[in-house]
Design a binder for this molecule. Structure first.
Ligand code: ADP
Length: 435
């Protein structure tokens, strides 16, 4: 282009010099230069007009014929227009593909600005959330999703855990909402239909609850007969041994059924924090009163440190089950003569119930999985002690239902600490701790 413009300047200079010479020959220098300038301007205007007409065309056609520097300008503009058209069609292809892909998505995807106004959504957004293209664009999300717990979830700004809620458009649909932040505090809301999963989970829970319930009656009959036969005392030695084993196994089965029923109750009921706080110290003492049997003459050295005036909002039966599971585990797994320390304390961060023992401990590779249902570190160790593998699953479930957290620390060969941490707002100061 630079070359073209210097060529144009030299041509223009030659034209003016020739016109001046021509005029000088005939004594009309000024007239001659003016005429040359006029002709030059007309030619330029003609090229400019061609350019304007060509640029106005919708399609990018070949550039009009032009000579010299105008030809270079046309060629250059032609290349730019061609490139822009190619990019436009690539972009259009990408937009089309994105629209096809977002329409094929089963999850509702909504793009929100900083103030939770809806900027864009896909087809599933219309089907699952009932959004409407014409009327809902740029409107606040909370006009559609009005549930206070959803609004709290959005405004809290902690989106690590998803939120489960019914669709505002169809109450038969259960949705799992997740929010991801991007750009300048904009948000991507994804709502997934998990109705089938919930139904499946419900069926599983119902099956476990019904099967456990149905097993209880025949087991009670079997245990009753076993007890009667053993009480009569007229059985032969080998038969008595077999009967005792049957009794031991049926006791295990009964505790397994009890644990399964407890877990299915926990899964199927919403937690409601009682107005009457649970007297935690009394609860722990009542558990300690009943542990002698579980200790089975192992002569454990048990120490206790309990804050008597601190109660806990929650369900007494559930807390009893969780705390006693931890105490019983310590008694069952700690060797004879071992130390067990039981503590209920509160500080600035909240309350903590903990059971520490110097038993066999647990290798760190098992710690993350200990609270899974039926997970056992060592099958022999658990069957020796009659464990069901459900105890810690129950503890975790109960503690979580009380907004708390179960923490497990353990060193193989040195012992373990199981602690249940409860937030400050679940604690209650008791006026009459002995009540
Ligand atoms: P179980 O009924 O088998 O005791 P739990 O869920 O209560 O089931 O415990 C899971 C596993 O954790 C147990 O099998 C046991 O190996 C281990 N465990 C629990 N408590 C202790 C403890 N205090 N010391 C050592 N191991 C423990």
């Amino acid at each position: 282009m630079l070359k073209a413009s210097s060529r144009a300047i030299s041509k223009f200079s030659v034209l003016i010099i020739c016109a001046a010479l021509f005029g000088w020959l005939f004594g009309y220098v000024l007239h001659s230069i003016t005429l040359a300038l006029f002709i030059w301007s007309v030619l330029q205007l003609r090229e400019l007009r061609k350019l304007k007409l060509w640029l106005a065309e919708e399609l990018v056609t070949d550039p009009p014929d032009a000579s010299g520097e105008w030809g270079d300008v046309f060629d250059h503009l032609y290349r730019i227009r061609k490139l822009r058209r190619t990019r436009e069609s690539q972009l259009l292809d990408e937009i089309n593909r994105f629209q096809q892909f977002s329409s094929a998505l089963k999850d509702a995807v909504v793009i929100l600005d900083k103030q939770f106004n809806m900027q864009w959504w896909n087809l599933a957004g219309e089907q699952l959330l009932g959004l409407q293209k014409q009327s809902d664009k740029d409107k606040p999300l909370f006009n559609i999703l009005r549930d206070p717990s959803f609004i709290r979830y959005c405004q809290r700004g902690e989106y690590q855990e998803p939120l489960l809620q019914k669709s505002p458009h169809n109450s038969d649909i259960e949705l799992q909402y997740t929010i991801t932040e991007f750009g300048e505090s904009e948000k991507l809301l994804v709502a997934r239909d998990i109705s089938d999963l919930i139904r499946l989970e419900q069926t599983r829970q119902d099956f476990v609850a019904n099967a456990s319930h149905e097993l209880r009656t025949p087991l009670t009959v079997i245990r009753g007969y076993l007890e009667t036969f053993l009480d009569q005392g007229n059985l032969s030695g080998p038969l008595t041994k077999a009967m005792l084993q049957m009794q031991q196994q049926s006791n295990r089965m009964q505790s397994l059924i009890g644990d399964l029923l407890m877990l299915s109750r926990l899964d199927s009921t919403e937690v409601t924090l009682d107005d009457n706080p649970v007297n935690a110290s009394q609860l722990i003492i009542s558990i300690l009163d009943s542990v002698e049997q579980a200790s089975e003459g192992k002569n454990h050295h048990i120490t206790v440190d309990i804050a008597e005036n601190i109660g806990l909002s929650g369900r007494e039966k559930e807390l009893h089950s969780a705390f006693s599971n931890l105490v019983y585990n310590a008694l069952r797994y700690t060797q004879a003569g071992g130390n067990i320390h039981i503590q209920w304390r509160c500080d600035k961060t909240g309350g903590c119930f903990s059971v520490t023992d110097n038993g066999p401990g647990i290798s760190s590779i098992h710690l993350d999985r200990l609270t899974e249902r039926f997970y056992r570190v060592d099958d022999d160790r658990s069957s020796d002690t009659g464990g069901s593998g459900l105890g810690l699953a129950i503890v975790k479930n109960v503690v979580n239902r009380h907004q708390g957290q179960l923490k497990i620390t353990s060193t193989l060969g040195a012992g373990s600490t199981f602690s249940c941490h409860f937030p400050l707002d679940t604690l209650v100061e008791l006026d009459h701790p002995d009540r």
